[in-house]
Each structure stands twice: as C-alpha cells, then as structure tokens.
Design a protein around this ligand. Sequence first.
Ligand code: IMO
Ligand code: MG
Length: 422
Amino acid sequence: MKKIDVVLGLQWGDEGKGKVVDVLTPRYDVIARFQGGPNAGHSLHFNDKSYVLHTIPSGIFRDGSINVIGNGVVIDPVILAEEIHTLEADGVDVRSKLVISKRAHLILPTHRMLDAASEAAKGAGKIGSTLKGIGPTYMDKTGRNGLRMGDVLSPEFEARYNALKAKHDEMLRGLYNFEYDVTEYEAKWMEGIEVLEQFPIVDSEIEVNNYIVGDKAILAEGAQGSMLDVDFGTYPFVTSSNTLCAGVCTGLGVAPTRIGEVYGIFKAYCTRVGSGPFPTELFDETGEKLRQLGHEFGATTGRPRRCGWLDMVALKYAVMMNGVTGLIMMKSDILNDFDTIKVCVGYEVGGEKVDYFPYEVADSVTPIYREFKGWMCDTTKMRTYDELPAEFKEYIKFIETETGVPVKIVSLGPDREETIMR
Ligand code: IMO
Ligand code: MG
C-alpha cells in the first residue's frame, strides 16, 4: 500500500508550490488539493507559457493524471469554470482528469460581499484578504449553514441557495450597512454551476482511499503556507483553513498513518502579502531589490508582496508542525546578486532572546541575524548540485543543520527545467 505524499508551503504562501507540484507530478498518478480556495495562485511555466491555477490541482497538465478537488477546499464556481475554460482553450484536456468532492463547500456571491464588508469594517486592522469569500465560506461551514458541491444535484438546491443568500443579505444590510449588487456575478455563478455539473462530483474520500489501497501514487498539494494556518499562523492575520499537514487528513479524509513524505517548500528569502507580523520584513532598497528581482507581485491580486530575509525561527516552527521529511528551496537564483545574505536565527522579545516562534510575535519582535557571504554569480544554467558555488552550498548546509531535514530540490528559475534534484 502506497502512502500519500504531501507538498506544502512553510512560509506565508507564494513559495512556488505550482512549479514544484508540476515538477513532481511525473512520479504521481493522483494530485489532490485539500484546503483553501481561489485565494491561492499557483504559477507554472513550461514550453515558454505561463499559467496560474487557483482551484485546480497543478497536476492537470500531465497526461493520465487524476486531479482531485477535496472536501476541505472551498469552490467559487465562477472562478473554477473560468479556469476550466482557459485551460481547455489552450488544448489541455481537463474533462478526463478532474473530479470534485461532494463535500467541498461553495463560495456564494454574497460570501464575497461579506468578505469585503468585514474587511471594510475592520479599517486599519484589516487582514488584507484576497476578498475571494474564503473566510465567510469557512464560517458557514463550521457554523453548519454552508452549501456543498453535492447539494447542486438536489432538487432543493435553488431554495437552499436563496435561503443562505437571504441570511447573508440581512447581515450585509443590517450588520454592516453594506450596499452591494451581485446580480451580474450571480448569473455567472449559476452558469458556473452548470459547467461543474458536467464533472464527476464524487465521494472523494472513498476514491482517495481506494487509490491508496490500489497502490496509486498520490500527492496532496497545499495552498497558502504554514504561517497562514488558522491555528498556528500569525492569527488573526491568517487564512481560514488548516494549511498544515494535518489539513490533509481532514481535507481529503485520510488517516494520519497514511501520510508518507512531507515536502516543505520555502523561498530562499521571505515574502508576505496582506497585513500581519513579518519579523524579517525589509523596508529599504534591499527589500525593493528582492521584490523587483523576484517579481514579487501577487498571482491572485497583483498586490506588491512584502519582502525580507529568510526567517529560520519561523521555518523551524513550520518544519516541526508539518513533520517535514524533505525541504525544497525555491527562487535561490534571486539571491545571485547579493554580496551579503542574512538569515534570522532568533528574536528579541521584550528584552529577551528566544529561538522559537512565540505567541507574542504579533507584538514587535526584533530579528537577530546571521550573515552569509553571497555567491555573486549566475546559477540559472546550473543543473547539478556539484556545479553550485561553495557559498551557495554553505547556505544550504546551514539550513539543513538548523532544521535537521535535507534539502532535496533546489529551484534556480521559474521553468520546469531550472531545477536541481538531489
Ligand atoms: P498561495 O496558495 C499568499 C493571504 C492574504 C491575506 C490572508 C487571508 O498562492 O500561496 P484570505 O483571502 O484567505 O482571506 O486572505 O492570507 N493569502 C495568501 N498569501 N499566497 C496565498 O496562496 C494566499 N492565500 C491567502 O493575502 O493576508
Ligand atoms: Mg500565490
């Protein structure tokens, strides 16, 4: 019996999950998303083309793959139908490769409005949400009011949709005094539902467990990152799902004993989009240089990402809670042109030094840095570990020693080919 391997982000999202899943997919028969929704933006580049996936697993481009949207995912039919159409227009066969869980919750047009109203009401304390309706949809899920993919097949679907919409309307007008009009989006939403109805809407937990028993190789693809986890991230500046490895169990219906390798992805530096604590954030020209060289602008919202040095304290926290067995370092090439590279190895909190990620991180913590000599050369054409400059290898070795986990893949550029496997 094969185990499910997992690939997930260890920072604040945007670590490069799309590219890595795409690189890993030849080894897997099934790729499954287990949480999050269209707040994700997974970028892939190959054959001189770029794609951004929001809801569809990144295995969709590989022939013969099965791509599962699990029960832990929240779906906006407008965005998912658009993704399907864009891929099909480009010649990708989506129909034979995509299945959707009956238990996945639906993002209603009014969930998006509630997201906007809630953020507006928070003023300066806003989370910086992608405004895709993620939080309100998970609230309705745990509040036991949600609509699920399986409900689409019921004759009462429209009535249930209208009842939930009416409830949202009361909140929007009564509680938030929020003016809105979803008529146009709602029409597209209903069209989206019709598109999704043409796909297999299944008991995905049964299918996934059958794949396990049937010795199929399965890769679970995370969205967002560990530091955005609703329990362990920088709450309340987090997303509304469990982005950690534990989310694979609840988001696909598999037992913890079925988890195999856990690949943790991190960028060689750090970024964050939206509000909230970010201890190593740089506000100077070094931060701007990382942003420009790394093209650090959101794949979902286009917002400029906040940039800073690698935070080893946060990284070790994420490695611990995910049980990471292999590390994957992304965007190392962006550091090619820095003569000094810094890594945060501890924090100063209220005059005391700590080497773990404390609850108090929300109040200002001061990072303690260790400096590394940069390699100052172009690595993008290198294809083996041995070719890498000594300073680069030292950086990797430091990360391996600190985390106790091997760095198994190093990415040196956005393209599939620009990857070193160890
Ligand atoms: P991928 O999968 C980076 C951030 C938002 C915001 C907070 C809450 O591409 O790595 P939400 O829309 O969930 O209410 O937003 O989480 N966020 C992400 N940041 N990458 C993502 O996904 C993100 N998804 C949500 O910016 O700060
Ligand atoms: Mg993204």
